[in-house]
Design a protein around this ligand. Structure first.
Ligand code: HEC
Length: 112
């Protein structure tokens, strides 16, 4: 009986951990939205409508790790990437909120 109770408590604990992990992923917004986030249209001209650019000097962002995209966009916004110069990506990311960056990272990361 005691053993059964211990098992049940253990199971509850695991469920709580799983639930909190799901909440964390959601809070970071890295669950890919079904349709492109509103701000994604600002990226299409250079990066292509699905993250595959037709311009030679623009990187492919489709299918990149969402956390890599998130960190990269934050680094552009803060000026960490780009050496503080007014790069294209710094100018664009300046206009993005944390939620925008999370949604864009999840969506582009989810493209093939
Ligand atoms: C005017 C063209 C242009 C637009 C618009 C643009 N980008 Fe970029 N992006 C670039 C260029 C050029 C680079 C590579 C040069 C650099 O690193 O500064 C780049 C680099 C990136 C990178 C880094 C890729 C890597 O492999 O490290 C990410 C991520 C990115 N862009 C995301 C976005 C997102 C998201 C948007 C829309 C909010 C966007 N870009 C809009 C031109 C653009």
């Amino acid at each position: 009986m005691q053993r059964l109770a211990a098992k049940a408590i253990c199971r509850l604990g695991l469920m709580a951990i799983a639930a909190s992990m799901a909440v964390t992923a959601h809070a970071e917004g890295l669950t890919a939205p079904a349709s492109p986030p509103a701000k994604a249209s600002q990226c299409f001209a250079c990066h292509g409508a699905d993250g595959h650019p037709s311009l030679a000097d623009v990187p492919i962002i489709a299918g990149q790790q969402p956390t890599y995209l998130l960190n990269t966009l934050n680094a552009y916004r803060s000026g960490l990437r780009g050496g503080g110069r007014a790069t294209v990506m710094h100018e664009i990311t300046k206009t993005l909120s944390d939620d925008d960056i999370a949604a864009l990272s999840a969506w582009f990361g989810d493209q093939k």
